[in-house]
Ligand binder design. Sequence first.
Ligand code: ARG
Length: 283
Amino acid sequence: MTIKRSSFLRNMAFGLSASFVLAACGGAGTETAEPTDGEPIAEETTEATEGGAGALTVATEPAFPPFEFQAEDGELQGFDIDLMNAIGETAGLEIQFESLPFDGIIPALQAGTVDAAISGMTITEERLETVDFSRPYIKAGLAIAVKEEDTDINGLADLEDKRIAVQIGTTGADQAAEVPGAEVSTFDSAPLALQELSNGNVDAVINDAPVTLDAIESGNIEGLKVVGELLTTEFYGIALPKDSENVEVINDALMTMMEDGTYAEIYQKWFGDEPPELPESAF
Ligand code: ARG
């Protein structure tokens, strides 16, 4: 069975609308990524934390369209970027993005060199041992991608003893590590893993479904299809250092934006659809 966009839409209430398909692919290595300042915050509200308005340094690994990617001129774009900037505006905080490799984000939060991270990051029990998360802001899940002409691999069970490419440090990498006999190769970004599959050097990629589907639909990566059921249901959250006072600030801002239509507007811009209901907590 092949997941087409339409069934994915029904299953996940995710509309990867063609009109919002991205022209630019953030396929470049993360090492060369330039930190980009967020949109200047025009007005500061009185809703900031005690101590007044401040600045938040927010880490992201910007090769994960449509959530975060770099335009030709290096400017950060994507659902997560718009959402974080809107949170800043709502909470009266200036947002400064900092590009980091994905597997460096949690260590940076632990070391306190960044204040938060928005990077399509799944809220997992394991990560909750070392960092805090905001409430869920998106529902996603993992999918298997194979070559268009592949008829052997139709689901997780068929991945046994196969070559699988993943992005390092991701839930897709965790999932691949559990496949018996699989030879797993890790890449610094999801587009690099997908390119490896497109080049015919591996048999499959396990990656977040919305990102893989966007890469296929946009034509950024050629000759691939998504097969089988979604492997997981995952919720993305904004990650913060343990016990950060900004957890509440960000949750309050998200709540305000979910009520006043700001969240729906950003969702509509990137997914061309009404946002689905989200639980207040991932577990
Ligand atoms: N959702 C997956 C995870 O949390 C993948 C996230 C990758 N994000 C990125 N910006 N590359 O492990």
